[in-house]
Design a protein around this ligand. Structure first.
Ligand SMILES: [Fe+2]
Length: 300
């Protein structure tokens, strides 16, 4: 396994000002002022120059998921393995790498059509995190765990088996839980990177118009989750799932719909795993309690 962490997301929003307002005033992320030729705006949560790039566009969707490798050697080995297996990819230009604050990257699509960017050498600027709404800290790792990434993302994967094989055989993730929730024809495959976060990327076995089933950010305490829930209510945003606790990563969280329609999970208490002593699980329940789902227009 070689993926170190899930590093960043690129998000397209029809109204990127509304997304930035949501990111800063509801989630509590910090805007990172950066010049961008395409007018993108950036959100940070830790020492990384940004974790979310919010681009203006004609749709509301996930554009790309950035996966980090520990060094150029690991990254090059994955590039060689992809080429050897007949996967085409495009190498990012120096200018595009600079835009992502990475030393080098390639871009390609997984077998279900999700765009991923594989990179090494993130350029950190160490600007102190200062949340506009007082969030103390987002959980992205510490001196004991190393970088555990921004959280996690669940990607649609209609070509399920091919996509699992792609991520586990070539990209360098490993399956930690195979969930068959009590919903007909529904399956979620959870994968971890080479850090203790229980899952960094998951695959859902059906298509999704937003290109992402949900993305997740993690804070330190239940109080931070409760305060975020109050900000969601104040902003009048639809709650997709009430407070609850997941089985596999133990995350205590709620789900909110961001402007434009990307679901964001906001939680705390995520499990950290010692992978040397872990047996991948097959689950038949997603939640210990709570997480009552309500999709606008469906359950109204
Ligand atoms: Fe999640």
């Amino acid at each position: 396994m070689t993926v170190a962490a899930i590093g960043y997301l690129r998000i397209e929003a029809q109204d990127n000002a509304a997304w930035m307002e949501f990111g800063t005033q509801v989630l509590g992320l910090m805007e990172a002022p950066r010049e961008d030729s395409a007018g993108a705006r950036f959100l940070r949560m830790d020492a990384h120059p940004f974790r979310f790039m919010v681009e203006s566009g004609t749709s509301d969707r996930l554009v790309a998921t950035g996966l980090e490798y520990r060094n150029q050697g690991d990254w090059r080995a994955v590039c060689d393995a992809l080429a050897g297996a007949g996967h085409s990819f495009s190498a990012g230009s120096a200018e595009e790498a600079e835009r992502r604050c990475v030393s080098g990257y390639i871009s390609l699509q997984d077998p279900s059509g999700n765009t991923i960017e594989l990179y090494y050498g993130r350029k950190l600027d160490y600007v102190p995190f200062n949340s506009p709404v007082g969030v103390q800290r987002f959980v992205t790792g510490d001196e004991y765990t190393g970088d555990t990434g921004f959280g996690h993302a669940v990607l649609p994967a209609a070509q399920t088996e091919d996509t699992i094989a792609f991520y586990t055989d070539l990209i360098g993730l490993a399956v930690c839980d195979d969930l068959y929730p009590p919903i007909p024809d529904s399956r979620v495959i959870f994968m971890h990177a080479d850090n203790p976060r229980q899952h960094s990327l998951a695959l859902y076995n059906q298509p999704h118009p937003a290109g992402v089933v949900h993305m997740m950010v993690e804070v330190d305490t239940l109080d931070e989750v409760g305060l975020a829930l109050e900000r969601v209510k104040q902003a009048g945003l639809p709650l997709l799932a009430t407070l609850g606790r997941h089985v596999n990563d133990n995350m205590c969280s709620f789900y909110v719909l961001a402007p434009g329609g990307i679901a964001v999970e906001y939680g705390y208490d995520g499990l950290l795993v010692d992978w040397d002593n872990y047996t991948p699980t097959v689950s038949t329940e997603g939640d210990l309690w709570g997480h009552e789902y309500s999709f606008p227009g469906v359950n109204d």
